[in-house]
Design a protein around this ligand. Structure first.
Ligand SMILES: [Zn+2]
Length: 359
């Protein structure tokens, strides 16, 4: 009887609109409960409903419909990317505003980026299953940001044992988990973010480089090229397929956005190290924007960073003020998504780094 109720509840909740909030679940169920007041067995089932749902969600990682996320693109044979929205994370993109990728190997599937919530992770997982019957065996995250990490508990729940992050990113995410989850819940939705748990203790961490044997004579190299957009990060490099997912080391199309933890001087050095390490004919899946080649990624990322440094240095040399920094002509980049929300702030950020202080 109990199992039957559980599976009936599971099916019912699959059919229910998954975007109904937890509160709507509860209130809807209370109404339902009233209609069955005289039935003791049903009353018991209702009482245990919430704990059953919780248990099931821990087993399946997420219960609900697939999200209408963008189609997969095959970048090189067997390596796919789901290119995220180039605007800010919000309910219309479900928090998918970075690039999720996966690679199919002899021994299984390697996923790069856990997604911004369990619903995104689940949706990616369903897409993977339509391409290969091989299980997801490895999951790595690009950095400590919500869209890299918050879906990780889904992958743990569905049985993935090998999870990887740079040591610094893992520590930063563990420290800020409550804050990050709260911020992404408010921006994207409590319903799809709410079940994310902190699973940083399940991660294998590395400094600089970790080589993972993925079968068939192939390896995945996880590389932290150094601080930049975030203090710790990972790139997924697959030498045999000539492809790298750089995480937020490289941007394409979309404007670079600097956060309080961004260190642009370090970013330039890390980018140069990346260019010196990775062969020039490698395909690049950037952290944001569409897949491209090494030259374009360099122009779009290092090109902007060096341009902005040069221009801010001129202002510093003339002992300029905040308004002078904000007035730097960045119009060459005006067609890049989120330009209006980032360019002046980016310039001020660089000024503070160069001068070591405020205005
Ligand atoms: Zn990002």
């Amino acid at each position: 009887m109990k199992l039957k109720v559980i599976s009936a509840l599971f099916v019912a909740s699959m059919v229910l609109n998954v975007q109904a909030s937890a509160d709507q679940y509860v209130s809807g169920f209370k109404n339902y409960q009233q209609a069955f007041q005289g039935d003791a067995a049903m009353a018991h089932a209702f009482k245990t409903y919430l704990s059953e749902i919780d248990k099931l969600e821990r087993q399946y990682g997420y219960i609900g419909a697939e999200l209408p996320l963008p189609p997969l693109q095959e970048v090189v044979p067997g390596v796919y990317v789901m290119v995220g929205s180039m605007i800010w994370h919000n309910p219309t993109n479900y928090g998918l505003n970075n690039n999720l990728a996966f690679a199919v190997f002899d021994d299984g599937v390697f996923v790069f980026n856990a997604g911004a919530n369990p619903a995104i992770a689940y949706t990616l997982h369903q897409r993977i299953k339509r391409i290969t019957h091989k299980p997801v065996k490895w999951v790595a995250v690009e950095n400590s940001q919500g869209h890299a990490y918050l879906g990780a508990s889904y992958w743990v729940d569905v049985g993935v044992k090998n999870l990887y992050a740079s040591a610094r990113a893992n520590a930063d995410f563990a420290d800020a988990f409550d804050y990050i989850k709260d911020e992404w819940s408010r921006a994207v939705g409590h319903e799809i973010t709410g079940k994310a748990r902190n699973v940083t203790d399940k991660f294998t961490t590395f400094n600089e480089r970790l080589t993972i044997d993925v079968g068939g004579g192939e390896v995945v190299e996880l590389i932290d090229f150094g601080p930049g957009h975030t203090p710790g990060s990972a790139a997924m490099y697959i030498p045999s397929r000539k492809v790298i997912h750089t995480g937020d080391l490289a941007f394409n199309e979309r404007m670079l956005a600097f956060f309080p933890y961004t260190y642009t001087l370090g970013w330039i050095d890390s980018y140069k190290k990346f260019i010196a390490t990775i062969p020039p004919d490698t395909k690049v899946i950037p952290g944001h924007g569409t897949p491209t080649d090494m030259k374009t990624a360099e122009k779009q990322t290092l090109g902007y960073l060096t341009f902005l440094h040069r221009e801010v240095e001129k202002v510093v040399a003339k002992e300029g003020r905040q308004k002078d920094v904000e007035a730097i002509d960045q119009s060459a980049y005006k067609d890049r998504p989120v330009y209006e929300q980032t360019h002046q702030h980016n310039a001020v950020h660089v000024y503070k780094e160069l001068t070591g202080g405020d205005f």
